[in-house]
Design a protein around this ligand. Sequence first.
Ligand code: KG4
Length: 355
Amino acid sequence: MARPLGIINSTFAERKRDCMNILAFESSCDETAAAVVQDGRRVLSSVIASSADMHAVYGGVVPEIASRKHVEAISGLADEALRQAALSKQDIDAVAVTYAPGLIGALLVGVSFAKSAAFGLGVPLIPVHHVRGHIAANYIAHPDLEPPFLCLCVSGGTTAMVDVKDYTHFEVLGGTRDDAAGECFDKTARVLGLGYPGGGPMDRMAQGGDDKAFVFPRAHVADHPLDMSFSGLKTAVINTIHNARQKGEELDLHDLAASFAAAVSDSLVPRVMEADRLTGYHKIAVAGGVAANSRIRADLERACAQAGAKLWLPPLALCGDNAAMIGSQGYYEYLAGHTAGWELNAKASLDISRG
Ligand code: KG4
């Protein structure tokens, strides 16, 4: 039962507002989030409830727990997002929601809630690809950033270099063939007993460590210079930890974490610069939770300064999952006519170019 766009537009026009307020939801993994975003770039409110603590004891996200916590949190977060934005339900012009990719049960909570909210409010429903949302976090932080540009997307589930041709037109130029960089951080942290998610603690542990103390592999994918592989690095660092434990040797964990971060960064940064050379944009943005990593940020800053490329780094608060980024991307999807009917379903995986 798709809603004809004409009716949606007349509803929006009838309200006689010269700005568009989008109520947005994100629930693809272990963060439940709601936000109100005006005209794609102005965040009126952004609230997040994380179930990460509950997953920490298991060393990774337990999908059923994540879904249950989303159900518990989402309604209250929607109210809180409206309250903090100082808006009423009648001020909302559209509802945007992450519908792919992610944990299917978790996504379904957000999609179902967003559908009922859009239906109840009589406004359009806008489906948003999660990684497109991560890229859009940069629009919120950087008013001057406009496509085209190159974006390094690095999170717990994605590691890819994306050519952002315009707001809703994307091409993946290269990416990991196996593990995402964030997963590599998380698995290593789990073996070290640092909890979940492990990227932040690993980053802190790397401070002051010797990044040359351990020699970890930097993989190359034959004939695909922009592709990467992290599974060998993950195995190498975990084997190093296990071997030391079996021999009763003490490892310097600061050196280990610094050497590991250097290996991840060396796998990413030169490829980003090569992709920038190929596109000729000389405009580079970074997106996703791993964009918070201090070594990767510092290496990118140095490489971009050397190459004369402009770099946009999202503030740490916008690196992880949030709904403001979904509201931002949702605005541009709406302008491109990408609204959904009530048959909208969640998808566990979906290429960003098709989202
Ligand atoms: O974007 P995000 O919140 O969720 C996904 O969409 O995956 O990213 C979460 C990932 C986790 O793997 C987490 O360990 C990693 O981002 N992360 C970091 C840092 N902060 C978070 N990885 C490396 N260094 C950090 N400082």
